[in-house]
Design a protein around this ligand. Structure first.
Ligand code: UDP
Length: 315
């Protein structure tokens, strides 16, 4: 699909960006990643860094001058914008830092147009739905973001549409909860890795609140496949697409699944909610994704959990 093509990825040292890079390199693309390594990690690119068709530029993608220098030198065929402040705790504690990501978004689109990129993809998020007005979440539902992170992602989606009208092909991908190897499992991190780390340490998973909140989890390899297909398909031009399995589970069920995957007998530990007003329900409709890119996620939860646990054990 992308053999011989040049692909620029902002935020390429993060969880999602690094998996996409491994896949692109295996397909024979040349990749340049720009990442300030604030949350991204060089270790995520261990394999990529051994490859001559890969380059990592340690720099802040929100700085327009830095970003322009890589567009100008690399002249990408495709560009994907992942760079963002991530993590629920971090984004809630630093809303103004999150707003600075708007600078990166506006430079990214302007430069992609200036340097004649064939197509861009923008990593959006289920956070744009906030607390959903309707379920399952469909792309044309009214948005209801509750955080600056969600607002910034919604603005990014608008850039896709506006620039599409200006002749820059692009697509906005609404990622629902992705999990897998390399995802941050620290205190600032995400639930699947947190639960795995806790059980590995012989402790019960800590469920925030009553555990009845739902999330729609997708394994990282399925996410990467959907991103690649969306990037190359002309059918996604100017479109916003949910990238999702469409099979929500409660956080309580997730805790039980993780315990079962370890073959342990313990009960989750219920603790106070993480923050007031946390999003309760996530459940997406994946039919637009299926229609436009002909893809349905393949990796069942049990298999994805097994692979993720394996990675945590080896780490
Ligand atoms: N969660 C939990 N225990 C943890 C971490 C998270 O119960 O140790 C819950 C959290 O309250 C939320 C869900 O798991 O309802 C997903 O949290 P995460 O931070 O992974 O992503 P979010 O979907 O909230 O962005």
């Amino acid at each position: 699909m992308l053999k011989g093509k040049k692909v620029l990825i902002t935020g390429g040292a993060g969880f999602l960006g690094s998996h996409l890079i491994d896949r692109l390199l295996s397909e024979g693309a040349s990749v340049l990643a720009i990442d300030d390594l604030s949350t991204g990690r060089r270790a995520n690119l261990k394999k990529a860094l051994t490859c001559t068709s890969f380059e990592l530029v340690k720099s802040d993608a929100n700085d327009g001058k830095n970003l322009e220098s890589v567009f100008k030198r690399f002249r990408p065929d495709y560009a994907i914008h992942y760079a963002a402040v991530v993590g629920v705790k971090r984004t809630q504690e630093r809303p103004l830092t999150v707003l600075a990501d708007l600078d990166g978004i506006s430079s990214f689109f302007a430069l992609a147009k200036k340097y004649h990129v064939k197509k861009v993809a923008f990593a959006s998020s289920s956070e744009v739905y906030g607390e959903p007005i309707k379920m399952p979440n469909r792309e044309d539902d009214p948005l209801n973001p509750k955080t600056t992170y969600g607002v910034v992602k919604a603005v990014g989606e608008e850039f896709v549409k506006v620039y599409s009208d200006l002749g820059l092909a692009g697509t906005a991908l609404r990622f629902f909860n992705v999990y897998g190897p390399r995802q941050d499992a620290s205190n600032e991190g995400f639930v699947v890795g947190r639960f795995i780390q806790q059980v590995l340490a012989g402790k019960p998973p800590t469920v925030f609140g009553d555990g009845r909140q739902t999330r729609d989890f997708i394994y990282v390899d399925d996410n990467v496949e959907a991103v690649l297909r969306s990037l190359v398909s002309p059918r996604t031009n100017g479109e916003v697409i949910n990238i999702v399995r469409g099979k929500p589970c409660t956080i309580e069920q997730l805790a039980e699944r993780v315990i079962t995957a370890f073959g342990k007998k313990m009960k989750p530990k219920y603790v106070a909610p993480r923050i007031a007003g946390e999003i309760r329900y996530r459940h997406a409709d994946g039919s637009k994704m299926k229609k436009l890119i002909g893809f349905t996620p393949k990796i069942e939860f049990a298999d994805g959990l097994r692979r993720t646990i394996q990675w945590h054990r080896e780490k």
